[in-house]
Design a protein around this ligand. Structure first.
Ligand code: ATP
Ligand code: MG
Length: 298
């Protein structure tokens, strides 16, 4: 495995933005180089230590899903090698961990699909027996499988803010009804196919977030990364039980450790900076990412 990368620093391309995990560079006017670093965020805080191999494994996973789901909707991959657009001394920073994509006009709405009740969905359900305006049957528990996957869009939050769940009606006001219906139908199809496949490999994809954009011809195109544990809730089937919060596939060791970590004798307040992760937590987390890709692709 190549050396871990906490942050890329390309001198040959202009930096567009750094997300929690990825560094994005402009390649001319019409393409973006997305580099998945080995950063890990937990409780919305980026850890100070890299998880070796994570960026590469997540990139492989996203590419696996783009390939598998290519018949449902076009995606942003150009098929060109990331190594071809950086300087020779920068190849090590992109090899195996980058995607060279078409620069699209992003829709300002995230396409969330939920097959199970979890997180903000479970919270909302307990208050209103619905999620994002979608009415649900009574009697569901935490982590219950829904009768049918539901589409629950969210607006993209500004840096540092949390995304906001919105109703389908609200989405239709923002991007138009026809496009909203198309996004909903495509997102549900993508989720159903992926979730059914993952289940045969021992992984429940409880929910996921897709992002779409329009290309120069106005064609709806799948973008960003897809169906990795960064954008989806992966649950191992072994730990699944209705009524209890299933462990996260990849982040559980880190979350458990952070929950009991102390800073100056006080529990860590879940605000940056995070306490330094111990080596065994890093290694166990890294091995979960390896295991997830192994399971999906074996
Ligand atoms: N093909 C594309 N064309 C244009 N924009 C894209 C494309 N693919 C992804 N994006 C956008 O690029 C940005 C990728 O940023 P990234 O996911 O690294 O960070 P972020 O979304 O700002 O923060 P977070 O770390 O919370 O995800 C997102 O705003 C995403 O919508
Ligand atoms: Mg993002």
């Amino acid at each position: 495995m190549a050396t871990a990368l906490l942050q890329s620093s390309l001198h040959s391309l202009p930096l567009l933005a750094r997300g929690k995990v990825r560094d994005n560079y402009a390649v001319g006017e019409d393409r973006i180089l997305m580099i998945a670093s080995d950063r890990l965020s937990a409780f919305d805080v980026v850890m100070g230590e890299p998880i070796p191999g994570k960026g590469e494994l997540l990139t492989k996973m996203a590419l696996f899903w783009f390939d598998r789901l290519g018949h449902v909707v076009p995606n942003h991959l150009t098929g060109e090698a990331p190594e071809s657009v950086v300087a020779p001394d920068e190849v090590g920073q992109v090899q195996g961990r980058a995607m060279l994509v078409k620069r699209l006009k992003p829709l300002p709405v995230e396409a969330v699909v939920r097959g199970y009740l979890a997180g903000s969905g479970w919270k909302e359900y307990q208050e209103s027996q619905s999620v994002c305006g979608v009415a649900l049957p009574a009697g569901l528990k935490n982590a219950s499988k829904l009768p049918e996957p539901i589409f629950t869009p969210a607006t993209k939050a500004e840096m540092g803010e949390h995304d906001e769940n919105i109703s389908f009606e609200r989405m239709a006001e923002i991007v138009g009804r026809e496009l909203s219906e198309k996004v909903r139908d495509v997102a549900i199809r993508l989720y159903k196919e992926a979730a059914a496949y993952a289940l045969t490999k021992g992984i429940i994809i409880a929910d996921t977030k897709f992002e779409f954009g329009l290309d120069a011809d106005g064609t709806l195109t799948l973008m960003d990364e897809v169906l990795t544990p960064d954008s989806s809730r992966y649950w191992p089937v072994e730990g699944y039980q209705e009524g209890i919060n299933p462990p996260s596939y990849d982040k559980q060791f880190v979350r458990d450790w952070l929950e009991q970590a102390t800073v100056d004798g006080q529990p860590w307040g879940k605000k940056a900076p995070a306490p330094a992760l111990p080596a065994d937590v890093i290694e166990r987390t890294a091995s979960k990412y390896r295991e997830a890709l192994d399971r999906l692709t074996r």
